[in-house]
Design a protein around this ligand. Structure first.
Ligand SMILES: Cc1cc2nc3c(=O)[nH]c(=O)nc-3n(C[C@H](O)[C@H](O)[C@H](O)COP(=O)(O)OP(=O)(O)OC[C@H]3O[C@@H](n4cnc5c(N)ncnc54)[C@H](O)[C@@H]3O)c2cc1C
Length: 425
């Protein structure tokens, strides 16, 4: 079993001397992390003629621990960037208009986006995150001022007089240096940049953990996102764009070792108890290598920046999996950062107040949605796990106003940003 396959970045204390550095490159904005957040920011900056380098530790964008859901809010922003038509034409995708609970054969509506007004995307778009990032970086590569470095594992920040002036990374043949006016850490939930900068995430342990895996889906099975409740187990399942079920198997925190010790056959059996019709396919989970484990945490930074450095996306705030909103909120961060920073970057004059403005626009919204996710997890997910077949949604969940509110918050947030008109295509 793999535990979130992030690149291992050992933070080295010893600073390499300049003669061990193979080359030094100069850019205006150095973005660490080629996830959705870093890729969107890089693309918008590249289009504005700003020299930008995107550094990704992996050699390819292939990773299976990622989610593949983009909500209406993210799709609206990609549309403002003139991308959605081609994106949806080129990349296989599916749509889920609602999340439904399936308890003892009965279907109960939980969140429904289909009634949302004022959006062309009243649904979740299920699209390969890998292909989404490949698409975004291919777009950015059309601009000569953009450079993508794959296999560039950032392990040091360059700090001079308390100001971050770029990064050092391990890449082909050894150490390399990138000097930049602004460094952006978009390097995910375990953000090495955050650690290197001495910034600490305020973390709250979540009450649940999740196993993450896929099983084949038959073409005649229903499409959509279902929470399938069994006896003290629940599976979040959705049909992927490539003919499978993506499954999140939720457990109470602390049960991980017990479940692993019981063995893969016990896991298979417990899946069949929840979804009997999958007895014909659970053998596809041959061993624990086919199952990723995600220890769920939620957290955020108190301060997202230092002089010369900004953190955004999961690096600044780790979200709960509830509703699958991490990509959306990362794209929104990238758009807000671009809106605020493009002009100062063009002048080479990014000041602390610009970085603070990015945090000001985003932080309270992140805090709000994290609290809402936490509330939903306590009121629904944990109770569902504890009560099994006896579970009932809280009574207010039947109120259309409440359900609309939840749907809108998950898809857009309180005050969704827009790409500035001047930067749209
Ligand atoms: C199992 C699972 C399921 C999820 N499901 C969903 C979902 O359905 N919908 C949704 O919206 N969100 C989902 N999420 C969350 C979502 O994947 C994240 O919120 C989103 O990817 C955050 O984007 P990001 O670009 O900020 O960070 P990431 O996507 O984590 O990207 C960070 C990048 O930085 C790179 N990196 C790390 N360290 C270094 C380094 N030292 N040097 C260079 N590069 C480095 C990483 O390799 C990675 O490519 C899920 C997460 C998990 C773990």
């Amino acid at each position: 079993m793999s535990e979130s396959k992030e690149p291992t970045t050992k933070i080295v204390k010893e600073i390499p001397t300049p003669d061990t550095i193979l080359d030094v490159q100069q850019t205006t904005c150095c973005i660490v992390g080629g996830g959705p957040t870093g890729a969107v920011l890089a693309l918008i900056l590249a289009r504005q003629g700003i020299p930008v380098m995107l550094l990704e530790a992996h050699k390819t964008f292939e990773r299976d621990f990622r989610g593949d859901v983009v909500h209406g809010g993210g799709m609206e922003l990609l549309e403002q960037l003139g991308l959605t038509d081609r994106l949806l034409e080129q990349i296989p995708h599916s749509k889920a208009k609602a999340i439904q609970y399936i308890i003892d054969g009965k279907t109960i509506p939980f969140v429904d986006w289909s009634g949302l007004k004022g959006t062309r995307y009243p649904y979740m778009t299920i699209i390969s995150q890998v292909q989404l990032i490949q698409f975004l970086t291919a777009e950015a590569k059309r601009y000569p001022n953009f450079q993508l470095l794959m296999g560039a594992n950032v392990q040091q920040l360059i700090e001079e007089d308390g100001i971050i002036r770029g990064v050092r990374y391990r890449g082909s043949g050894g150490w390399h240096e990138v000097r930049s006016h602004l460094t952006v850490g978009a390097d995910g939930r375990f953000s090495p940049v955050r650690k290197l900068a001495g910034m600490e995430l305020m973390e709250t342990a979540a009450p649940l953990d999740v196993f993450w895996f896929r099983l084949p889906r038959h073409a005649d099975e229903p499409e959509g996102l279902f929470v399938r409740l069994g006896n003290k187990r629940f599976l979040v399942t959705y049909n992927t764009y490539d003919g499978n079920w993506q499954i999140g198997y939720y457990i109470l925190k602390g049960q991980y070792r017990e479940i692993q010790a019981a063995g893969i056959e016990a896991l298979r059996q417990s899946i069949v108890e929840v979804v009997p019709e999958w007895a014909d396919r659970v053998q596809h989970l041959e061993n624990w290598k086919d199952v990723s484990f995600l220890s769920i945490k939620v957290g955020r930074l108190d301060r997202w920046y230092r002089e010369g450095l900004l953190l955004i996306g999961d690096a600044a705030h780790v979200m709960l999996p509830m509703g699958g909103i991490g990509i959306n909120y990362g794209i929104q961060d990238a758009v807000v950062a671009a809106n605020i920073l493009i002009e100062p970057l063009k002048r080479g004059e990014v000041q602390l107040n610009h970085l603070a403005a990015v945090q000001r626009q985003r932080q309270w919204q992140i805090q709000f949605i994290q609290e809402l996710q936490y509330f939903m997890q306590r009121q629904v997910s944990v109770k569902a796990l504890q009560s099994g077949y006896a579970f009932k949604l809280p009574i207010y969940w039947g109120l259309p106003l409440w359900r609309d509110f939840i749907a809108r918050q998950l898809a857009f947030g309180v005050l969704p940003p827009n790409v500035k008109l001047a930067y749209r295509l």
